[in-house]
Design a protein around this ligand. Structure first.
Ligand SMILES: [Zn+2]
Length: 191
């Protein structure tokens, strides 16, 4: 691989932002080091040797290897549920006060939602999952709201009234408290 080719691949992967000039200068070395670091299992020496070139090709064709703990493993809540995605529980401040997940939704809560979804056999809309303190205050939540810790959610079940939903929710052992927000929406929370 020529220096130019290496620069092209690094640029494609987002590591090299300056001119593709074929000169192996400090920018190129820094980009190679950053790539080697992220890819893992490579000597972080800033030199595009044979192993690094192989890794570059692999990263282009197959993507960068995922770090442990990233959303790739099988051992996450979201791989154990059928109907819900983490995104649906994102704080609704729209990124103004938080990155979206000041807390993770607790699995017991998500599993309760799964049971409700399964029971009624129709889609559920999550109107509020996790909240950051600013968003919680903005929507009039109590300061110790369980939305802050991923232990509460507000939702509606398509075509099913809140009272009917509530009657079922109250049968779920992990739900300690639930109420109808209006004719359609229910709040439920864990202990
Ligand atoms: Zn927020």
């Amino acid at each position: 691989m020529t220096v130019k080719q290496v620069q092209h691949l690094l640029a494609y992967l987002g590591y090299y932002a300056t001119e593709v000039d074929g000169i192996a200068g400090t920018q190129t070395a820094a980009a190679i080091r950053a790539f080697q670091q992220d890819f893992g299992g490579l000597a972080v020496d800033g030199i595009a040797g044979e192993k690094t070139q192989q890794a570059l090709r692999k990263a282009i064709w197959e993507g960068m290897p995922q770090e442990p703990g990233e959303d790739s493993g099988d051992d996450t809540v979201w791989n154990r549920v059928r109907y819900f995605r983490r995104e649906e529980f994102r704080c609704k401040c729209g990124g103004r006060y938080c990155e979206g997940f000041p807390a993770e939704p607790e699995e017991a809560l998500v599993q309760a939602a799964e049971q409700i979804r399964e029971h009624f056999g129709v889609p559920i809309t999550v109107s509020s999952g996790v909240r950051c303190p600013s968003h919680n205050a903005g929507v009039g939540g109590v300061p110790n709201s369980k939305h802050l810790t991923g232990k509460a959610m507000d939702f509606s079940v398509k075509g099913v009234g809140a009272e009917q939903v509530l009657a079922y929710v109250r049968l779920l052992p992990q739900i300690s408290y639930a109420y109808a927000i209006d004719a359609n929406y229910v709040h439920m929370e864990l202990k």
